[in-house]
Ligand binder design. Structure first.
Ligand SMILES: [Zn+2]
Length: 380
């Protein structure tokens, strides 16, 4: 039988694909933008291009389900190409940067022109996240004043229906329970997922159903005068409402951001058995220069917290793919999946990582992306 020819063969990398239960040194073959084979001993002489991944880790293209990449549309947005794709994230979910009034520009001028695969949640607020100034400074008073005026459920549902290929759901930020109720109504009417920020707890989490997402899960902020907002109550225990939510299939997401990740809160939650389903950055104009930087740095922080490499990669590949309904097409290196591949170097040493409370910890490992392939095309 004649052997196939390949566009790219990745040789001798430690392939970690939690979806297929693979954690082994293997080769990977790519043709026509798809994965065509994963096994030992693929004949590289049949490949147009050979990548030697000896000593490196080969994973499905990383998926970050909380970013703000409405670049040049709203001030909050970062450039998805340099901040996400070139850092290993072949697919991102924009978490409600725009709303029904400004989504179209985001779609036309960013989503359709980027090599990064960008999907979106529509903000329940019609104007999306307009509260950032041109220097990244926040104007919370502006949004608080107008929060309830700028929501139109009817139009929100219509924009979702017109853009089903890109919009996967609704995002509710932290602007009042009226907004949350309307977000729930819009998500139910549009039959889509709802992502809510972990604020005004334990009320917010009660609104979330199976497949919905709570983000900023490990924030350590006081919020609206409530010192115990978020996942923990005053005695440091996980609020019972969160266990109920986990039981009914609500997704626990990281959403690190500039103010939404605390080592102490994460450690307390971990010690009570609550770990994130999905690791995500909340990359935006005020988090990209630190403390977030990028997805590999965020993943490395969860290695520091004691998650295994396998768990960290699952929470950044197959699990987010499942959450956004694309598992099999992305999130795995299974033959016939899109050829999205991230190749990492895992360095051992002493690395400083900082949370949003300005507390630093020293980790022993650091993931650095060295090669990114999206739809069979080499990006870096
Ligand atoms: Zn965000």
């Amino acid at each position: 039988m004649k052997e196939a020819t390949y566009d790219i063969v990745v040789k001798n990398g430690l392939v970690i694909d939690p979806y297929q239960d693979i954690h082994e040194v293997m080769d990977l073959a790519i043709s026509n933008g798809k994965i065509v084979d994963v096994r030992k001993g693929i004949n590289e002489s049949l490949a147009g291009k050979v990548i030697d991944a000896s000593g490196l880790i080969v994973t499905p293209g990383i998926i970050d389900i909380h970013v703000h990449c409405c670049y040049n549309i709203l001030n909050i947005g970062i450039d998805p190409e340099s901040c996400c794709l070139e850092k290993g994230c072949t697919t991102v979910l924009d978490a409600g940067s725009t709303g029904e009034l400004n989504f179209r520009g985001f779609r036309k001028y960013v989503i359709e022109r980027s090599r990064t695969r960008i999907l979106a949640l529509l903000n329940i607020e019609s104007l999306g996240m307009i509260e950032y100034g041109s220097q990244g400074q926040k104007w919370p008073k502006l949004i608080m004043e107008y929060e309830e005026l700028f929501i139109n459920v009817e139009n929100t549902v219509k924009v979702i229906e017109d853009n089903r290929d890109v919009i996967l759901g609704i995002k509710w930020a932290h602007h009042g329970l009226t907004g949350l109720r309307l977000a729930r109504e819009a998500a139910d009417r549009a039959k889509c997922i709802l992502m809510a920020e972990n604020h005004l707890e334990p009320e917010t989490i009660k609104y979330l159903k199976k497949g919905d997402i709570v983000t900023h899960s490990f924030h350590g902020l006081k919020w609206m005068g409530n010192p115990y907002d978020g996942i923990l109550n005053e005695d440091g225990n996980v609020k019972p409402e969160f266990y109920d939510a986990i039981k009914r299939g609500v997704i626990i997401d990281v959403g690190h951001g500039a103010a939404s990740f605390s080592w102490k809160v994460a450690e307390k939650a971990f010690s009570q058995g609550v770990k994130p389903d999905t690791i995500s950055t909340d990359l935006h104009v005020s988090s990209v220069k630190g403390p977030v930087y990028d997805m590999p740095t965020t993943m490395s922080k969860f290695l520091l917290l004691g998650m295994s490499l396998e768990e960290v990669i699952r929470a950044s590949t197959s699990k987010p793919a499942e959450v956004i309904g694309m598992l099999g097409e992305i999130g795995t290196l299974k033959p016939d999946a899109r050829a999205d591949v991230t190749i990492f170097k895992l360095e051992e040493g002493k690395f400083q990582y900082t949370d949003c409370m300005k507390e630093s910890r020293i980790g022993k490992q650091k993931l650095t992306p060295v090669k990114v392939i999206k739809d069979g095309r080499i990006i870096i």
